[in-house]
Design a protein around this ligand. Structure first.
Ligand code: AMP
Ligand code: ZN
Ligand code: FE
Ligand code: FE
Length: 288
């Protein structure tokens, strides 16, 4: 049996492997298909898709959009998006501009805290892709201001920490809309980060998101407990959502985590991809 991993990051956002590297790595690890789901960008998809074609490996074009939500955080995955779709590109350009304004402000805050770091350092750490907080963490680590990647977040970068700068996020409804417009399948990522107060509150949110066009839920994820997996599966069945799963592999920061297997607990069968394709075909025919 060959497995799949439907949540992966590359150097186009804050992952460590380039899109072609991750495709080759997935094939070498014996996977059957992957989705590349970088944060707020599709810049890695052309490369990833063409590497897949070259070596005969199935790559699903995806994205992970951060949406407005409290108290926790909401990420929406989009699978099978049309990377040339004008509305999608317009929305992503907007997010890039927002990040371009945010990043220098994080540098300023760190400098005010006495940290000797320039935007150039951070750009270098990003390897030319989109700049995010993990790249700041990497520089803080390299410059020995912190001992671990996690310490950089805890002391400086996480929400509420002294160098935190909020970023612009679309409302869930808007993100779902442009994913759907771009022929994508919108999926609620790792629902445990929503910090909902119990099952019924989560259910209420899912009902609203389904009305707004949500088509799936990421049930399998390394940080989900067995109880959470069971709850998310129940929601999927109840509201006719496709089930997806993935490791959210970035490369460095999540110790012991590997593509396809997570921390050893993940074995996601190819039928997840078939269900996703069936959902895509239904959507293309204008059905729910
Ligand atoms: P950004 O998109 O620039 O806000 O960065 C978000 C990324 O930073 C996430 O995808 C995670 O990889 C990482 N991240 C966010 N919060 C934390 C945290 N508290 N600890 C470790 N990593 C985090
Ligand atoms: Zn990330
Ligand atoms: Fe996420
Ligand atoms: Fe992710």
């Amino acid at each position: 049996m060959a497995y799949v991993d439907l949540h992966l990051h590359t150097t186009a956002s804050d992952g460590v492997m380039s899109p072609s590297e991750i495709v080759r790595y997935a094939k070498a690890r014996g996977l059957r298909a992957i989705a590349i789901t970088d944060h707020d960008t599709i810049e890695g998809l052309e490369e990833g898709l063409s590497e897949g074609e070259k070596i005969g490996f199935e790559v699903i074009p995806g994205i992970e959009i951060s949406a407005e939500h409290s108290p926790g955080s909401m990420h929406l995955l989009g699978f099978f998006i049309d990377i040339h779709h004008p509305l999608l590109n317009e929305k992503l350009d907007y997010l890039q501009k927002a990040r371009a304004q945010r990043n220098p402000r994080i540098v300023e805050k760190l400098n005010q805290l006495g940290i000797d770091l320039t935007y150039q350092d951070v750009l270098k750490a990003s390897g030319g892709g989109q700049v995010g907080r993990p790249h700041f963490a990497q520089v803080l680590l390299e410059k020995n201001y912190v001992r671990t990647f996690q310490e950089a977040f805890d002391r400086f970068l996480k929400k509420g920490a002294p160098a935190y700068v909020d970023k612009f996020r679309f409302e869930p409804k808007e993100a779902i809309h442009f994913i759907n417009e771009a022929k994508g399948i919108a999926v609620l990522a790792h629902p445990n980060t929503l910090d909902m107060d119990g099952y019924s509150e989560l259910e209420g949110l899912v009902i609203r998101l389904v009305e707004e066009g949500l088509k799936g839920i990421e049930v399998y994820y390394p940080e989900h407990s067995a109880l959470e997996v069971a709850q998310y599966k129940a929601l999927a069945e109840r509201y006719g959502l496709v089930i997806t799963g993935g490791t959210d592999y970035h490369g460095i920061e999540k110790n012991g985590l590997d593509i396809g297997v997570g921390r050893g607990e993940m074995k996601l069968p190819y039928c997840l991809v078939e269900e996703l394709k069936a959902a895509r075909d239904r959507a293309l025919r204008g059905e729910r």
